[in-house]
Design a protein. Structure first.
Length: 572
């Protein structure tokens, strides 16, 4: 029998060797260790941004305390008169933001009256969602003990990628695997598994049903290593669950009522809605994203929050600048937009995405389904990219085809009941159209928490992100009016996508200067040079470092890793 009363949660965050060596040089050994450790755990608190268009902060605070008191979740500390001020309170600096405390790590006993619990092994993505407060949903289960029955208490562990003898990252489990022993999977070394228990829960389905069903809860968590308050779907429209640095980024842009703002990479709309609320819903926010489905998410969120000043469009921000057009007929009523057109379309993928994601507590729910839709369906079957996408999401070809078929038949059904979905397209904007621009581009996301594996990111990949970000920045500079403001933010710790992009911007555009940010909660930026083993890049100068803020996941604020820079476009 396995002798482990309380296996601890001690994941070892794995990086590609070159990337790890690079970060060790950037941060130093000890600091990088601390960052890695912080990244594997969720922050110890959640932040909730209040929709002050609908409710006051005090009203939301009262309602939240009630929700937490009434919550059926046993694994969180419930507020009472003695502790409610420390469990749930308005952030002292970032107004209209409520901090809700979680706790952990907890030592969990995986031995019951009848011996060790049966086990359910979940995918890494699913585990990351569970650590953020979700339950285990069917698509996230990879393997389980032979005789799991509905109602059994099971230990939940995670299968994280590890290097095999050939030097490839492998999970070591295929979906549907039956664990050989009652507790503990013989396919993984015991000490490896012991690092990876994330809690225990009640099986809501039998083993057979777990692998037969397409969606639904497989395990309802009863005891978690980290407990965060269950806030997903709570007080819908009145609050938005958002990490602290993102809330800060929107405030740093400081949008004013009546202004014209561009959010260049806007979906799912977290910062867009923060900007709209700061502007008291007065003025115009143009929110663009290149993904049709994601534009739908922005629309859904703004509707939910009853925000009217946001106009969302599907547009590739790399092509957002349109040259001045002589033929004024091409321009629509909003004179700054070029060739705006509204397209009525109903796309099955959109419908399914909404159907499966509706009010989900983290992506554990139906994550497979969404991923097939999101990443695989658009890629031609048989192409190398399709193969990579499917492998990345742990779907064998056969499984992917099967799931795809099921999805399509469900989509047909769903389509009958759906209203038409409207997505507006716009071809671009004239130069100098906007008073302020927020550029929150796609990045390596090496600041997001919790993160249990980072091995797929390569030095080349990191460099590609930076190139993309600089190209987006080129568009931002042209679209912002002289005297206007640009805020650049990322959720990565990588200086190549942060300080080095700022250096590029300052050295390329003489009209730009870094300006002071408020609020300033983070830490100064990195100075000097950056050698990623392929090329050497300049970072910030000494006098510039306090003009950016870097949020260190291992720092006292206990946030995700994040970066913010604020620029003024000086009139020439
Ligand atoms: C970091 S996320 C933005 C998060 C968002 N600002 C928020 O706070 O909710 C980056 C977004 O950029 C979008 N994106 C990537 N490339 C783009 C492009 N060329 N044009 C427009 N959007 C793009 C992605 O679809 C993704 O939704």
């Amino acid at each position: 029998m396995v002798e482990q009363a309380s296996p601890g949660y001690r994941p070892n965050l794995q990086f590609n060797a070159d990337v790890e060596a690079f970060f060790r040089r950037v941060f130093g050994m000890d600091h990088f260790e601390a960052i890695c450790q912080a990244l594997t755990c969720p922050s110890s608190y959640a932040c909730v941004r209040v929709n002050t268009l609908q409710k006051t902060c005090q009203e939301v605070l009262t309602n939240l305390l009630k929700v937490l008191k009434d919550s059926h979740t046993t694994s969180i500390s419930k507020p009472d008169e003695a502790n409610e001020d420390t469990l749930c309170f308005e952030h002292p600096v970032v107004k209209n933001t409520i901090v809700v405390q979680g706790d952990g790590p907890h030592q969990i006993d995986y031995i019951g009256k009848h011996g060790v619990f049966k086990e359910v092994v979940v995918s890494r993505k699913c585990a990351e969602s569970v650590l953020r407060g979700a339950n285990v949903f069917v698509p996230g289960v990879l393997a389980c003990s032979g005789h799991v029955e509905q109602g059994d208490i099971v230990a939940v562990s995670v299968a994280v990628e590890h290097l095999d003898e050939k030097g490839d990252w492998v999970v070591g489990l295929t979906r549907g695997t039956i664990l050989l022993s009652e507790h503990g999977n013989a396919q993984l070394e015991q000490n490896e598994r012991a690092r990876c228990y994330i809690g225990k829960g009640r099986a809501m389905l039998s083993r057979t049903a777990i692998f037969r069903e397409l969606h639904g809860i497989a395990v309802e968590m009863v005891d978690r290593v980290y407990s965060l308050p269950p806030l997903h779907g709570v007080l819908k429209g009145d609050i938005f669950l958002q990490n602290l640095p993102s809330i800060v980024a929107a405030r740093v842009l400081d949008p004013q009522p009546g202004e014209r703002i561009l959010d260049m990479c806007a979906a799912p709309g977290g910062k867009t809605t923060a900007l709209a609320i700061l502007m008291k819903d007065k003025g115009t926010i143009v929110a663009i994203d290149r993904s049709h489905n994601k534009v739908m998410d922005i629309k859904k969120l703004t509707e939910e929050m009853k925000i009217t000043c946001v106009h969302s469009y599907k547009l590739d921000a790399l092509k957002a600048v349109q040259a001045e057009q002589k033929n004024s007929e091409c321009l629509t009523t909003r004179e700054c937009f070029v060739n705006e057109e509204t397209v009525e379309c109903t796309t099955p993928e959109v419908l399914l995405f909404h159907e499966t994601n509706g009010g989900n507590p983290g992506l554990a729910q139906n994550s497979k389904t969404c991923r097939v839709t999101d990443y695989c369906l658009d890629i031609p079957r048989g192409s190398p990219d399709r193969e990579v996408a499917e492998r990345k999401h742990y779907l064998s070809n056969a499984k992917a085809i099967k799931e795809e078929r099921k999805l399509k038949s469900r989509l047909k059904e769903a389509k009958k009941y759906q209203d038409h979905v409207t997505v507006s397209h716009v071809k671009g904007f004239l130069p100098h159209t906007f008073d302020r621009v927020l550029l929150d581009p796609p990045c390596s996301a090496l600041g997001l928490r919790p993160r249990l594996f980072a091995g797929l990111e390569t030095i080349e990949g990191l460099r590609r992100h930076a190139i993309y970000q600089k190209r987006l920045f080129d568009q931002a500079v042209q679209l912002c009016r002289p005297g206007g403001i640009i805020v650049y933010s990322t959720c990565t710790i990588n200086p190549g996508e942060n300080e080095a992009v700022v250096r590029y911007a300052l050295d390329t555009y003489g009209c730009l200067s870094l300006i002071h940010q408020s609020p300033y909660l983070g830490e100064p930026g990195l100075i000097g040079t950056l050698d990623d083993g392929v090329s050497c890049k300049k970072l910030l100068k000494e006098e510039e470092k306090y003009l950016v803020q870097r949020f260190d996941p291992s720092g006292p604020l206990d946030t995700i890793g994040f970066f913010i820079a604020k620029f003024q476009v000086n009139p020439s």
